[in-house]
Design a protein around this ligand. Structure first.
Ligand SMILES: [Zn+2]
Length: 84
């Protein structure tokens, strides 16, 4: 499996790699089509929808091994950081 972004992130440690490539669960950490890595930090109850919306925040460091993955400047340049 080679989803876009899975190749860019996940090179720092096996845990992040497994999370991004997992088929067994829906990870709360994922990269979007712009190549920005996001982490879901909460859930917002949507008034008009049945499914609650996940609140995402850019992830700058790997939460598992601490490797720097991206900078706020890179996220800004890709138009990320304020998806919600
Ligand atoms: Zn890592």
């Amino acid at each position: 499996m080679s989803a876009d972004g899975a190749g860019k992130f996940g090179g720092c440690c096996e845990i992040l790699k497994d999370v991004l490539e997992s088929d067994e669960f829906e990870p709360l950490i994922a990269s979007d089509e712009d190549g920005v890595l996001y982490m879901s930090i909460g859930v917002v109850e949507a008034e008009s929808e049945d499914d609650p919306n996940m609140v995402d925040h850019p992830l700058f460091f790997c939460p598992f091994c601490g490797t720097k993955l991206q900078t706020p400047e890179e996220v800004d340049a890709k138009g990320g950081g304020d998806k919600n």
